[in-house]
Design a protein around this ligand. Structure first.
Ligand code: GDP
Length: 140
């Protein structure tokens, strides 16, 4: 499988509980490399733009409010099949359905405050990485 890059976000529930290091250890132990990382406070407009595909979903307004409720950590992860690998490490969207050992099973508070975002395809990863990072900020 080819080396890929994916966009990861540690969500406000994770930064609020000081879990950046514990979650990063999960990625690194699984063989993904953190090749870019920054902590930032999203604006409402930025959160709406990032989650634009969910604009018609019933939870969109709640999701945006949650994503601006505190700092996030945006990251680029690199490794073999990184998009799918990161989805495995994250676990299911709803922590009640997340497999043992996954980030969401261990750390998520709810289906909304589920600690991490990860791109769901290589195509979306490229778009999402460009949303947060310029080329000079990514050091593979
Ligand atoms: P993901 O790819 O696993 O993050 O899941 P989705 O793309 O389906 O949803 C994006 C994000 O919206 C999730 O990570 C949750 O934070 C939130 N979300 C998903 N489903 C629900 C829901 O039913 N209710 C609420 N409040 N938030 C949800």
């Amino acid at each position: 499988m080819a080396t890929e890059r994916t966009l990861s976000i540690l969500k406000p529930d994770a930064t609020r509980r000081n879990l950046t290091g514990k979650i990063n250890a999960k990625f690194e132990e699984a063989g993904l490399r953190i090749i870019a990382q920054k902590r930032l406070q999203l604006s409402v407009a930025q959160a709406e733009a990032f989650y634009g595909v969910h604009r018609e979903r019933g939870f969109f307004r709640d999701l945006v409010t949650f994503m601006v409720s505190g700092p996030v950590v945006a990251q680029v992860l690199e490794g073999e099949g990184a998009v799918a690998r990161n989805r495995e490490i994250m676990g299911a969207t709803n922590p009640a359905n997340a497999a043992p050992g996954t980030i969401r099973q261990e750390f998520a508070e709810s289906i909304e405050a589920n600690s991490v975002h990860g791109s769901d395809s290589a195509e979306n990863a490229a778009t999402e990485i460009a949303f947060f990072f310029s080329g000079i900020e990514i050091v593979g």
